[in-house]
Design a protein around this ligand. Structure first.
Ligand SMILES: Nc1nc2c(ncn2[C@@H]2O[C@H](COP(=O)(O)OP(=O)(O)OP(=O)(O)O)[C@@H](O)[C@H]2O)c(=O)[nH]1
Ligand SMILES: [Mg+2]
Length: 305
């Protein structure tokens, strides 16, 4: 399951205690500082899953100070790996701390406690800083496959990328977003939308949040349905209901399953759809050439169609 929100507590390590000096003994060292907490951005999109089992993350504690002014060892820092696209909120203030958008980006989150001073008395180390975080994942894909159920979105994802999404001849085969990578670009395939999805019909439109940030929409329309133009408009309407800005994104229409109808009909549909959107690519997963052509067009910089 793709977990897209989680709540965790992170804590810097305790500072080590300072050492008390013995009368006439050598000077005693301070405790080491506790380790800090960092968050690091990773390309593994399924990382949030781990947080359904583990909720507390603490950095290492500082070591106790020693004789001869020797400071205790510093506590180990910890690095929490989170998927790209994760927004991190402070639970107490509700404020957004940051949004992970660059792979390998490493961000400081919590400071470890200061080590206690050594001397005539032993000072205790301080507690590390603690934060409760809410993690919320929105996928950052380059392309988002949208369309009615059964339009062939997952099939296309499998053909264009290394994905192995489930495909079947019934609506709502896809229940969670699938991702695939092709030539370094990430494609997200999301569950089908139906008329009324914005009012909660079918699986609703909550999944659209996963494609809010994609650069280009790949709108799949099947040739085999009764009214392909209406299919197009239905999905556009539901998109606009979710967030009007989504309808402003660059969109490519992919006319799917062209092998199921005759070439004349494909031409007619392409022409009709071109009135709505200039970029229409007819394709069949059983037609190698059409797939190669689609790949070229889809992966062109989107201002060069
Ligand atoms: N003949 C033919 N069938 C296709 C083509 N593309 C997909 N299909 C079939 O159409 C059915 C639906 O395909 P999916 O890829 O599961 O469709 P989807 O849009 O992901 O469907 P949901 O996940 O339910 O929204 C499957 O039986 C596929 O084998 C195509 O180009 N030609
Ligand atoms: Mg699917």
């Amino acid at each position: 399951m793709l977990i897209d929100t989680a709540e965790i507590t992170v804590r810097g390590g305790y500072g080590g205690s300072g050492m008390a000096k013995k009368p006439k003994g050598p000077d005693s060292g301070n405790g080491g500082n506790g380790g800090d907490v960092y968050i690091k951005c990773s390309s593994n999109l399924y990382l949030l899953k781990e947080f359904s089992q583990k909720f507390l993350f603490t950095a290492g504690n500082g070591g106790i100070g020693a004789r001869n002014n020797k400071t205790g060892k510093e506590g180990d820092d910890i690095e929490i790996l989170l998927p790209i696209g994760t927004s991190i909120y402070d639970k107490n203030t509700g404020k957004l701390i940051l949004e992970l958008s660059k792979i390998d980006e490493r961000v400081f989150i919590c400071k470890g406690g200061r080590g206690g001073l050594g001397g005539l008395t032993s000072e205790q180390g301080e507690r590390g800083e603690e934060k409760k975080l809410i993690l919320s994942l929105r996928l950052i894909a380059d392309f988002g496959l949208i369309g009615l159920p059964n339009a062939g979105k997952s099939s296309l994802l499998n053909e264009l990328t290394n994905a192995q999404a489930k495909v079947a001849n019934y609506p709502f085969t896809t229940l969670e977003p699938n991702l695939g990578i092709f030539e370094g670009k990430c494609l997200a395939d999301i569950p089908g939308l139906i008329e009324g999805a914005s009012a909660g019909k079918g699986l609703g439109i909550a999944f659209l949040k996963h494609i809010e940030k994609v650069e280009v929409l790949l709108h799949c329309i099947s040739c085999e349905t009764v009214n392909s133009l209406k299919d197009y408009q239905t999905v556009r309407y539901e998109l606009s209901k979710f967030k009007f800005e989504l309808t402003k994104k660059p969109e490519i229409v992919i006319l799917t399953k062209t092998d199921l109808v005759d070439a004349g009909y494909v031409k007619k549909l392409t022409k009709e759809l071109k009135k709505e959107n200039k970029k229409v690519i007819p394709v069949s997963i059983y037609d190698y050439e059409s797939l190669e052509k689609a790949k070229k067009l889809i992966f062109l910089p989107h201002n060069q169609y």
